[in-house]
Design a protein around this ligand. Structure first.
Ligand SMILES: [Zn+2]
Length: 674
């Protein structure tokens, strides 16, 4: 049975409350057939658990847990706070958020409450405490998912306005400091009293950028604080249970590093197919971010197992559910639950399909999951105590993503015409195509020394800790690559009072002589310097161009070959301590990134997991159990990958060498033979 398969968790999100009790035993039996050892239960079930204030009904949930336990299936319980039941709203209409027009969020849905509302917080504490007390000693409950998919929808209620003023007070200490740090002299906005401060309202390009960023930080902190209230209660009552929350990959409105801190495990709700085709590089980056939040294996709490909601995202093709599962395991997931067991006949997600259709009859998707289960049985022993261990890191700063998106120009676009993930994603795609994984690191907090290369995608805001960290990394021999706008602002989102790239000017050995934004349809030509990168390639930069002025020792890596800066330096490299600092004055295309990466790979002896092959995603997990390589073919035709050595293929039990053939939408799992 799969349940003995070590630490790997495999299961499904199950809503027994949507189905007659007479069906539950059949569901458990079918789940047993799939080898499931875990289910997530009870998120969104507040009205069933507490139908009236203070009147609890756990009997149905106890029975569901016990029926599942008979098949060896344990439970994670979702705290039900993401959807307040009608009786709470009737009693306290003030728990509903207020938008910037002063309109309350609608009743009858989910995620419509304010995290700073004292009435909602009181009800939250009560339900979480009651649940934790009831299930702390149940041997079939192993842990908790807090709420569901926290996200930011700004709330302008009185509680939030007051809490925001207090947040500013504790950050700035005095009004004098606040006024000068944020530049409120501009447009005569200097404050004389904390009560004069209101959260910024759209259009945000007409508001103070520092206050906008602080408002965003405050909103993120509000949800993190709301999560902490629940974490504290469960930790105290059920200290042996694990606690997680289901994150949303590249969702960027919350500071995910901070949200992950008090949790045991990060979980990821992975829906690869939002459109006709899956963007696998983007998906891979989402996985890498999820794994990086705690630098340890994570779970997939919801993996798409059917069509979702709309006509643009059709049903997974045969093989896709299996590939998405193996992709998740390959990138570091140690737990995987499908969403959902059975497509629900009613409610807002009536077309959000699960493993079973509405009629509950096992069909193709069920049997594909069964095949996955057999695969995982074989893989599980080999991946225990392993993880993905990249040699390349990208800095990730949520404050920066927000600041980047807040630089709004006329027409609602930001100055760069880019999404704030794009500077990372552009380079990530090149690494992905070469089968090189990436860790994402918080530049203000994490040790960078274990990485051969650290990429700094437009780190516009730099605090003192990040400055020291980046500087010391290079000094001790690290290689840093930064793109345009790095160092342009201070931590309060104010442009620095120095030549760019500000505090890092000496690290890169340059100043920015002049810069310009580029219209959407205008690009600048950039050509690499053959003597530096040992080959000459011509690529393009988009959206922004800086004319760089190297100081004494910095060398020119690339020049502009068209546009207003023709003949001027576009990228430079500087020796600093024992390391190298590369600065790129635009947002380069993959041709330029490829040239830089090839040069680095050769110099640093960075080896791809498997050779670059169209359609192939190859990822390696390593640990005390050795190395396991996942080779996934996302294309629908057979691919052939040249191998440099002999491997044991775990799924077939055969030896492979020479050419590895992988059928369309299929995968191989390899272990090197010494
Ligand atoms: Zn509020």
């Amino acid at each position: 049975m799969f349940k003995s398969a070590l630490s790997l968790k495999f299961g499904v999100d199950y809503y027994p409350e949507h189905w007659p009790r007479s069906r539950w035993a059949r569901d458990a039996e079918l789940m047993g057939e799939l080898g499931f050892n875990i289910v997530r239960l009870a998120e969104f079930s507040w009205s069933k658990i507490e139908p009236r204030e203070g009147e609890y009904n756990f009997e149905w949930l106890d029975e569901a847990i016990s029926i599942l336990a008979n098949k060896g299936i344990k439970a994670i319980i979702g705290t039900p706070t993401a959807a307040p039941p009608p009786w709470i709203i009737k009693k306290h209409p003030d728990i509903l958020r207020i938008d910037h027009h002063g309109v309350r969020s609608p009743e009858g849905t989910r995620r419509n409450y304010c995290p700073n509302n004292p009435n909602y917080i009181a009800h939250t504490k009560r339900i979480v405490q009651a649940l934790a007390l009831h299930y702390r000693d149940n041997p079939n409950v192993i842990g908790w998912q807090i709420d569901n998919e926290f996200g930011i929808d700004p709330c302008y209620c009185e509680n939030c306005v007051k809490a925001f003023r207090n947040w500013l007070k504790s950050k700035y200490g005095s009004l004098e400091n606040l006024n000068s740090s944020c530049g409120f002299i501009f447009w005569s906005q200097e404050y004389e009293d904390w009560d004069e401060i209101f959260p910024p309202k759209p259009p945000l390009d007409m508001q103070n950028p520092s206050l906008c960023l602080d408002w965003h930080r405050f909103l993120s902190d509000s949800w993190i604080r709301y999560q902490q209230i629940q974490v504290d209660i469960i930790r105290e009552i059920a200290p042996n249970h694990i606690i997680t929350h289901n994150f949303m990959g590249l969702y960027k409105e919350l500071n995910y590093f901070k949200l992950a801190e008090p949790l045991d495990i990060v979980s990821f709700d992975y829906y690869p197919k939002w459109s006709l085709n899956v963007d696998y590089a983007r998906s891979a980056m989402a996985h890498d971010v999820m794994r990086s939040l705690k630098k340890k294996p994570y779970w997939i709490m919801e993996l798409q197992s059917g069509a979702v909601k709309v006509h643009t995202a059709p049903i997974p093709k045969p093989g896709e559910i299996r590939l998405w599962t193996l992709q998740s395991i390959a990138r570091g997931a140690d737990g995987l639950l499908y969403f959902r067991w059975r497509s629900c006949r009613f409610g807002a997600e009536e077309y959000w399909h699960g493993i079973l259709d509405h009629d509950g009859v096992p069909r193709r998707r069920f049997f594909e999951v069964k095949k996955v289960s057999e695969d995982l049985m074989k893989i599980a022993p080999h991946i225990e105590k392993t993880n993905v261990k990249p040699e390349i890191a990208f800095t990730l700063s949520y404050d920066n993503l927000w600041a980047f998106d807040l630089e709004v120009g006329y027409g609602g676009k930001n100055y760069y015409g880019l999404d704030s993930w794009d500077p990372s994603l552009d380079f990530y795609r090149v690494l992905y195509s070469k089968n090189l994984p990436v860790d994402f690191v918080d530049p203000s907090k994490e040790d960078l020394s274990k990485y051969k290369v650290v990429f700094v995608p437009s780190l516009m805001l730099i605090d003192e800790a990040a400055e020291k960290n980046l500087r010391s990394y290079v000094k001790k021999g690290g290689i840093l690559i930064a793109t345009t706008r790095t160092g342009a602002k201070d931590w309060n989102n104010v442009i620095v009072d120095a030549a760019l790239p500000g505090v890092l000017s000496d690290l890169f050995g340059i100043t920015v002589e002049e810069y310009t934004g580029l219209p959407d349809d205008e690009k600048v030509g950039i050509e690499t310097n053959e003597t530096m990168l040992s080959r000459k390639v011509a690529g393009k930069g988009r959206c922004w161009a800086e004319m760089l002025l190297p100081k004494e020792d910095a060398k020119i890596v690339a020049y502009y070959n068209m546009g207003i800066y023709v003949g001027k330096p576009a990228a430079t490299i500087n020796n600093y301590g024992e390391g190298l600092a590369i600065y790129i004055g635009s947002f380069p295309d993959e041709i330029l990134y490829s040239a830089i990466l090839d040069w680095l790979m050769e110099r640093l002896k960075i080896e791809p997991v498997l050779p670059s092959t169209e359609g192939l995603e190859a990822v390696e997990r390593t640990g005390s159990n050795g190395r396991v390589i996942f080779a996934l073919n996302h294309s629908e035709r057979m691919i052939q990958v040249p191998l440099k050595r002999e491997y044991y293929e775990i799924l077939s039990g055969e030896k492979v060498d020479g050419l590895l053939k992988i059928e369309g939408l299929d995968a191989k799992v390899l272990k090197p033979i010494n």
